[in-house]
Design a protein around this ligand. Structure first.
Ligand SMILES: Cc1cc2nc3c(=O)[nH]c(=O)nc-3n(C[C@H](O)[C@H](O)[C@H](O)COP(=O)(O)O)c2cc1C
Length: 259
């Protein structure tokens, strides 16, 4: 197996870091890995915030669903789906006036711009994850940065058209680290030839058999099976509800209407 595949296959999320800062030469390589990621039309509709300020990390560790390890990560990167830069450029370059002159319809940022910029931001983030891994730097995504939109806008100084889609905690592996490789669903349940295959009850039962065997019984959620257990812990949990609220608030900016 080649080194790239070994790096991909050996990666696991890291939530405890060696207490040393990321070397500047390693940071440069991480940022270059992000920069070389493909982006739609090469527009690079994303930005990266490097968070090293302890206070900001402490705040994020609370606002991102109370995960104390965030504050202990030597480096935190926030990936923004960002069309602000292009729209500011359009504004200083009289694009709206150009549209009137030529009969083209001017568009303010809409949901499609958000989706494509989210793609750009996440692809760049994953390049950082793999590059980091190859340098002995572990990482963990934090999806909860999508929560508390108003607080994060204020904390990070975000304009209307920059949405924090993902956060990465990064740090060198501790010397005593023992990776835990978490299982994945079998490919037959998520790789389909040509057309989507909706799983029937029998297939779903087989797919989730391992998870079903692994949940604690009894448990504090009074859940009788893995579906109820997962819904209580993830899908229906308070953080998911806050994420819904927060994203709905952010979406108000992306309706194609002039601000
Ligand atoms: C979009 C996304 C959001 C995540 N958010 C969190 C998080 O908030 N906290 C956390 O500890 N791990 C988070 N993770 C890491 C996942 O829990 C982890 O990738 C998953 O359990 C599989 O484990 P592995 O990465 O070690 O293979 C997130 C991962 C992704 C891709």
């Amino acid at each position: 197996m080649n080194e790239v595949l070994k790096t991909i296959q050996g990666r696991t999320s890291l939530r405890r870091y060696k207490d040393v800062p990321i070397k500047e030469e390693d940071l440069e390589l991480l940022l270059y890995a992000a920069q070389r990621a493909p982006t739609a039309g090469n527009l690079m509709l994303y930005s990266i915030l490097l968070i090293r300020d302890q206070h900001t990390k402490e705040v994020l560790s609370k606002t991102c669903d109370h995960q104390p390890f965030i504050a202990k990560a030597p480096l935190v990167m926030v990936f923004l789906a960002d069309v602000q830069r292009w729209y500011d450029y359009y504004r200083i370059s009289n694009v709206e006036e150009y549209c009137r002159r030529t009969g083209m319809e001017y568009r303010e940022p809409n949901l499609s711009d958000l989706f494509i910029s989210v793609s750009d931001a996440l692809i760049a983030a994953q390049n950082v994850v793999i590059a980091a891994e190859s340098l002995g730097i572990g990482s963990c995504y934090i999806g909860d940065v999508m929560e508390n939109y108003e607080t994060h806008r204020e904390l990070l100084g975000l304009p209307e058209y920059a949405f924090p889609i993902a956060m990465l905690c990064l740090g060198y592996y501790p010397d005593d680290h023992k990776p835990i490789v978490r299982p994945r669903f079998d490919q037959q349940y998520f790789v389909f030839e040509e057309k989507y295959h909706r799983l029937n009850a029998e297939e779903l039962t087989a797919m989730f058999a391992e998870l079903e065997a692994s949940i604690p019984r009894p448990n504090k959620y009074a859940a009788e099976n893995a579906a109820q257990y997962t819904f209580a812990r993830k899908t229906g949990a308070a953080f998911s509800q806050e994420m819904d609220r927060s994203i709905r608030k952010a979406l108000e900016n992306w309706q194609g209407e002039p601000l």
